[in-house]
Structures are given as C-alpha cells and as structure tokens.
Design a binder for this molecule. Structure first.
Ligand SMILES: Cc1cc2nc3c(=O)[nH]c(=O)nc-3n(C[C@H](O)[C@H](O)[C@H](O)COP(=O)(O)OP(=O)(O)OC[C@H]3O[C@@H](n4cnc5c(N)ncnc54)[C@H](O)[C@@H]3O)c2cc1C
Length: 404
C-alpha cells in the first residue's frame, strides 16, 4: 500500500458513514476497513429496541458487501488492529497481517463498562453492545413467557431493554445508583417523567441503589446484595455505561483524555491520524466533550471525509439523541446541564410535551416526549441558531415552524 491508502480501524457506525462520505466525495484513494466484528457495519440502535423483540430480525447493515466492493473498499472482518507504528506508518493486525497507511482513521467506538467483582461472560449476565450480545440476550427473553430480569444501570440502553422486557411480560427491576434516572444527560423534569413511565409499566425501579456482593453458583449469578437485601437473580443485564476504546491510540502515544483528543477537522495529535465517533473527545462550548450518538458519528465522518479530500471543514455539532422506552419516544437536541431555565410546551396529548431549556435568552437544549413534530422544528431552530422567547414556545397554538 502507498501514501494514498486510507485505513479505517473499526467497523461501526462512524466507519460506515465515513465510507459513504468518501464514496460521495469520489475520493479516489484505496480504503481498507479493519473490523473486529464478524458482520459488515450495522446499525446498533435497533439492538436494544426492535431486534430483541423479534427473533427473526437480522442486523441492519449500512451497506451490503457488493456496495463496498463496487467502491473499491476492502473490509477485513473479524480482524483487529493490535498496534500502530507511527514512524513507519504500519499497523499490526491480530491475524498477523501487516498493513501500511497513508492516513489512518480511528473509529474504535466504545466498549461496555464492566464491574471488577462481576465476571463476564457469566451464564446469565449480559451486556448489550454488539449484535452477538443482542442475539444472546433475546434468546433469554424469548425462551420463557415470564422470566425475571434485573437491569443494573438506569441509562438509555438499560431503560430501553427494561421497557421491552416488560412489554413481553417479564418482571423487571432496574437498579440505579444515582438519585435519579439519566442524571448526567437529561433534566430532572424529564428524568421524573421517565421514572413514572417505567413504574406505570410495572417495572420496579430502585434509585440510590447500593449494590454489594454478587454470589455465583455453577457459573451463573445466583444473587446480589442491594441496600443490604439479598435479591435472587434469573437474568441480569449489566448496563452501567460505556468506556471509549482508546487502548490503541494510547499505545501509539496519541493524546488521550476521556476519548481520543481531536480538533475541529478530526485530526488527532498526529496529523496523519484522524479519529471519529464515540471514541473521540473535543472542545464543545468551552468544555471537553465526548458524545455517544449516531448524529455525532455521522457528522464527524462527514468532516473527516472533507479533511481527507483536502477540503476545509470544522465540526460544529448540534448534539441529538433519541430513545424508545416501552412506548415512550424521547428526543433530545442540544446538551442539558444544571442551571438552565426551563419552560414546558404541551403537545397534542397528555403524554406529549417538550421542555425548552434557556441560558439567559439563548435556547440551548430541547427535550421531547412523544412530540416528534415539535421536536423536528426545535432541532431546526437550534441548528439555525434561533432563540425564540419562552413565552412563544410555551404557546401550543403558535406553530414552531413560524419561528424559523
Ligand atoms: C444497544 C445500543 C443502542 C443505541 N441506541 C442509540 C440511539 O437510539 N440513538 C443514538 O443516537 N445512538 C444510539 N446508540 C449509540 C450509537 O450506536 C453509537 O453512538 C455509534 O454506534 C457510534 O459509532 P462508532 O463507529 O463510533 O462506534 P461503534 O459503532 O461502537 O463501532 C466501533 C467498532 O470498532 C471496533 N473496534 C474497536 N477496536 C478495534 C480494533 N483495534 N480493531 C478493529 N476493530 C476495532 C469495534 O468492535 C466496533 O465494531 C446505541 C448504541 C447501542 C450499543
């Protein structure tokens, strides 16, 4: 391989989006994707939503094998990059292959956070990050009509799975260490609504849960201690967040904080190495930020494609995330944080509303529950840098599109 070869490490959402953006740009360089997973790049969001509901659902590929071949993109599946020699611009792969690169793009994503005293894989304990994880988990969910599930961690993935498991007739307990659900990413008002939603579904939610010892029997988790009580466990989903996959970058001596540090053009501290997606961190409104979202993977991939094809681009995100939890559709744009002034816009039904968060006169974030149209216009307002007044957005008779 020569100077004009682009090698992408990781075969997830960001890698797939970069392949598409490079194809659109007609980049003319050889592209290799090294993916530790056996599948071609697929969409992860369905894994904790429709995929676990339906035994017949297969991973939704971004593109099929014929498309990659037609674009001259070689995907090396079930292989991993184990080290980077930056001086020689060479990579060592777990298959013992050795590849050279002109430009390297790290798109290594995240891995599920684990606990030191909870061994994985244990017979009845799962995490949910890959299609393989999801296939294993849905096997449990469908093997009996009414099992019981403990979800350790009240984050988005845990709550999505909890909602689905309840809808399928399982009894579900969610354990959250913090005093409220989704405390780092959602406002207290939305968090409270989500809590009541899950309790109305029949899920038992314990906040401020202090999880102690885990007891095992014949390779299975038998019980755990919660706030000094012993709980018997049939199945447990460990969903206590994700950590950025930065070992490779770290080993290569790149600048790493809570993720691989990138500038606005997606360059790392080595100008011949870019990074995109969940594994990156960057300056956003004066704070070092790491996002785990499809929006971030897509938008960073577009910026990286521009950088790789000699254009000038800078990542200016409008962070966006969605989640489906047992019939509740959540959409969030901008980043909520403490200290914002919040007003509520009612939707068309009692279960439908949007929370508009202001810093001074500036609209900085909107959270919507079952209000997709209002959310779509809110997102456009934020993307356009418009700040309507609190009185305007509170008035359900005033169509948001007229404020653009
Ligand atoms: C269950 C689930 C539900 C989600 N739901 C939503 C949602 O509703 N909305 C939303 O916006 N986002 C959602 N997300 C997040 C979204 O999927 C991620 O933000 C997105 O996948 C990030 O893309 P990525 O390419 O950066 O990382 P990933 O998609 O995680 O891909 C990284 C890939 O790199 C591979 N890799 C790592 N190291 C190496 C190596 N050394 N060599 C080769 N390969 C390597 C990994 O195996 C992995 O395949 C969800 C995620 C999960 C897991």
């Amino acid at each position: 391989m020569t100077e004009d070869t682009i090698v992408i490490v990781g075969g997830g959402h960001a890698a797939a989006a970069l392949c598409s953006a490079l194809a659109t740009a007609g980049c003319g360089q050889r592209v290799h994707v090294i993916s530790a997973e056996a599948h071609l790049p697929y969409h992860r969001p369905p894994l904790s939503k429709s995929f676990i509901k339906d035994l017949a659902e297969v991973p939704q590929l971004h593109r099929d094998a014929a498309w990659y071949a037609s674009q001259g993109i070689t995907v090396h599946a079930s292989d991993a990059v184990v080290s980077i020699d930056r001086a020689a611009k060479r990579l060592k792969l777990s298959s013992e292959k050795d590849l050279s690169y002109g430009t390297l793009v790290l798109a290594t994503g995240t891995r599920a956070r684990t606990l030191p005293n909870l061994a994985l894989p244990s017979g009845n304990v799962a995490t949910l990050r890959t299609a393989t994880d999801a296939e294993r988990f849905r096997g449990w969910i469908h093997e009996t009509a009414s099992g019981n599930l403990v979800v350790l961690g009240g984050g988005f993935i845990g709550l999505e799975v909890a909602g689905t498991a309840r809808q399928l007739g399982w009894s579900v307990r969610v354990l959250e260490a913090a005093p409220r659900l989704l405390a780092r990413s959602t406002s207290p008002q939305l968090s409270e609504y989500i809590l009541q939603h899950h309790r109305n579904l029949g899920t038992e939610v314990t906040l401020g849960a202090k999880v102690g010892e885990f007891a095992f029997e014949a390779g299975n988790l038998k019980s755990l201690h919660v706030n000094d009580d012993e709980w018997l466990v049939q199945h447990l989903l460990l969903s206590v967040g994700a950590v950025p996959e930065v070992d490779l970058a770290h080993g290569a001596g790149l600048e790493v904080e809570n993720g691989i540090r990138v500038d606005g053009a997606m360059r790392t501290s080595d100008p011949d190495i870019l990074a995109i997606g969940d594994c990156t961190c960057f300056e956003y409104r004066g704070r070092l930020t790491r996002l785990e979202s499809v929006q971030n993977a897509n938008d960073q991939a577009k910026v990286a494609a521009a950088t790789l094809t000699g254009q000038v681009a800078s990542y200016q995100p409008t962070p966006f995330f969605w989640s489906d939890q047992g019939g509740l559709r959540l959409q969030m744009v901008g980043l909520w944080r403490d200290g914002l002034h919040t007003v509520t816009r009612p939707g068309s039904a009692p279960s439908s509303f949007s929370l508009f968060h202001f810093e001074g006169d500036a609209l900085v974030a909107v959270e919507s529950a079952n209000a997709p149209m209002d959310h779509m216009w809110s997102r456009k307002l934020l993307e356009a840098g418009r700040s309507p007044s609190p009185a305007q957005v509170q008035d359900p008779q005033l169509a948001l599109k007229t404020l653009l």
